[in-house]
Design a protein around this ligand. Structure first.
Ligand code: ADP
Ligand code: MG
Ligand code: MG
Ligand code: MG
Length: 402
């Protein structure tokens, strides 16, 4: 660990702000609260009541909070996160929090306070709709993925960039938690007793395990673009009008479909959970589930449209301008997206870390229904991804489970 590293407290976070940043006046009376809810980091909000100015400090801890000091995790991820945020900020300034500085001793990122937004996962659990979200996230993914891929940047520069985003320890977390542990009786799994039979089916399902192994290989070897790496609905801040993507500490050069699949898989998790939340109003439930499915359709379509547009404008090389190649590329990307969506769903049902959409369902029967549905849809996406024609068929297949 770096010699000058020390985990901040609410008091030392305020001292840090006073000493190092010229955001507040000398006499300002500051307040501070640690608001982190993730598994790996501290997040401090520092504000001044009268001026209503505020700032966020995000500091990496040298271990995973979820497991405790027994599980050390490299602090370098804070550098990766701040550099990814800055790069994403150049490509999509409206969709990324502003980064004011990165402190290399404290592994601390100082950034824009987005407290006027809410975490998308929370909004979806509350049944809120975000009319601009699909378009915004489609654009975010198209720009960040295209312009860090071999299509959108110089090949030599791409490999130099790749070097800055070697992220072995965080990749290993994903390799273990998403692609390995859910498929055998690993100690980290959190299997509720009522799920055990269903989970054991997964462990015995040779086709499923083979397909997950293929997707895992893609995650480990396909250096297609600088991906966010953790793009679930808990890594996105929203208002009705605005979208901001946070928390790219898992960023590395990987398969684009892992990001697109993360978003889509998390929308489906919410879709699976909603009957438990809106049970009393079937009309509202139907309306909201249609909204979720429409969002999934639009996320893919917006991404596709923007990505192809960038391809047509920016790619002049004769080989990569081939329309047939474009078709194969987008088809592979579609299949990756579905496969990774499925993997992201399954691990959230009985792996180490759950999601609030499912875990907040208090009644066992209702929770179980949501969990089973998520497991079935996840498995279908992984196994059928090569046969599914298009995003419309994905939606039809999801609906057919009811
Ligand atoms: P972790 O990597 O530990 O998951 P996140 O970056 O996701 O950390 O942040 C955890 C929580 O801290 C978020 O869910 C949010 O509530 C809060 N937070 C993070 N960044 C900001 C920000 N820029 N503005 C306001 N709140 C933030
Ligand atoms: Mg997070
Ligand atoms: Mg647009
Ligand atoms: Mg994180």
């Amino acid at each position: 660990m770096a010699a000058n590293y020390k985990a901040l407290t609410e008091d030392t976070a305020m001292e840090y702000v006073k000493k190092n940043l010229d955001i507040f006046s000398e006499e300002a009376v500051l307040r501070c609260k640690e608001i982190g809810d993730g598994n790996l980091n501290l997040v401090f909000r520092v504000w001044e009541e009268i001026s209503s100015k505020s700032i966020i400090l995000k500091q990496a801890l040298p271990y995973a909070r979820i497991v405790g000091e027994a599980m050390p995790v490299t602090l370098d991820r804070a550098r990766i996160e701040s550099e990814a945020l800055m790069l994403q900020g150049e490509l999509c300034p409206a969709l990324t929090p502003k980064v004011y500085r990165f402190d290399r001793d404290l592994y601390l990122t100082v950034m824009e306070d987005l407290s006027d937004h809410i975490i998308l996962r929370k909004g979806l659990i509350e049944g809120k709709e975000y009319p601009n979200f699909a378009e915004n996230i489609g654009e975010f993914m198209a720009y960040t993925l295209f312009f860090t891929s071999d299509l959108g940047m110089d090949q030599v520069r791409k490999k130099q960039l790749q070097k800055k985003f070697i992220n072995p320890e965080l990749c290993k977390i994903t390799e273990d938690l998403v692609f390995s542990e859910p498929y055998f009786d690993a100690a980290g799994n959190k299997i509720e007793p009522h799920l055990l039979d269903r989970v054991e089916e997964n462990w015995k399902n040779k086709d499923l395990i083979k397909e997950v192994a293929i997707l895992k290989e893609g995650f480990m070897t396909k250096a297609q673009a600088l991906i966010h790496g953790d793009l679930h609905t808990g890594s996105i801040f929203v208002t009705e009008k605005s979208t901001k993507v946070i928390d790219p500490e898992f960023a590395f050069y990987g398969p684009m479909g892992f990001d697109i699949g993360a978003i889509i898989g998390n929308f489906i998790l919410n879709y699976a959970a909603q009957p438990a939340y809106m049970e009393k109003d079937q009309q509202k439930l139907q309306h909201y589930r249609s909204y979720l499915l429409e969002s999934i359709r639009k996320i893919w379509q917006e991404f596709y449209k923007e990505f192809i547009e960038l391809w047509e404008i920016h790619v002049k090389a004769p080989i990569e301008s081939s329309n047939l190649y474009k078709e194969v590329y987008m088809r592979n990307l579609f299949e990756d997206t579905l496969g990774y969506a499925g993997c992201k769903m399954i691990r959230r049902i009985y792996g180490l870390a759950g999601v609030a959409d499912i875990d907040n369902i208090k009644e066992l029967v209702k929770r179980s229904r949501a969990q089973m549905l998520a497991l079935d849809i996840g498995e279908m996406l992984i196994l059928k991804r090569r046969e599914i024609k298009d995003i419309d068929e994905v939606i039809e297949k999801i609906k057919s489970f009811d």
